[in-house]
Design a protein around this ligand. Sequence first.
Ligand code: ZN
Ligand code: ZN
Length: 238
Amino acid sequence: MRRNYLADIIFPINCLGCKAESKNGDPKDYLCEQCLDTIPSHSKLACLFCSAPVTSGEICPFCKKEHPLDYFWSVTEYGYPLVNRTIQAFKYRFVKALGEPLARLLINYWQNRKITETLKDAPLLVPVPLHRQRKNWRAYNQAEVLAEYLAKATNTKLADGALTRPIRRPPQAEITDPNQRRANAANLYACPDPARVRNQTIVLIDDVATTGSTLDECARVLKQTGAKTVGAFVVAKG
Ligand SMILES: [Zn+2]
Ligand SMILES: [Zn+2]
């Protein structure tokens, strides 16, 4: 009891939306149900690279010529203050419990959009990997946390570690120039066990996508290794 009491004084838990204070110090109260429900999800599907409207989340035929990624879905926009605040807290304030409500956004969208059916073949979920040092610093990979919840709720296979990131470079968030972002993402990823991805339909999972260069680079490596189809699914488009 005493420990919880002290923890509440040092870290009072307030909802990131309505600021309501948690009564019992449950980390779930960092985002209350009512506030989670206010997060709008995209009503229309658009190509990740040019924003042209598409029917089922595919990369449009024009962009497909230059991009290995086949599909892209995002639940919402990073520009919404509550989305932004929640993802920031999940990633940079180490509030791992926020993975649960964020994953709920993914789960609802996955089911409403019938993503499994769209893909035809049963997909494998692959979290976008972090470099080991960065994962150690945060204690978890936010993409893995989301992918685990999604896999469980949608009865989809999780292939954690099918894609790895052996090389350490600055995080994409620290680079603004699109060309530099592309160069920074190049040759970062590897498939240590090609048999796991060969002929598979893969859906990459991450929290945020901005230009799509990370996802595209992951898709390139996966396809080079023999993956059949690669899509990506994120909470928010930046
Ligand atoms: Zn709230
Ligand atoms: Zn396009």
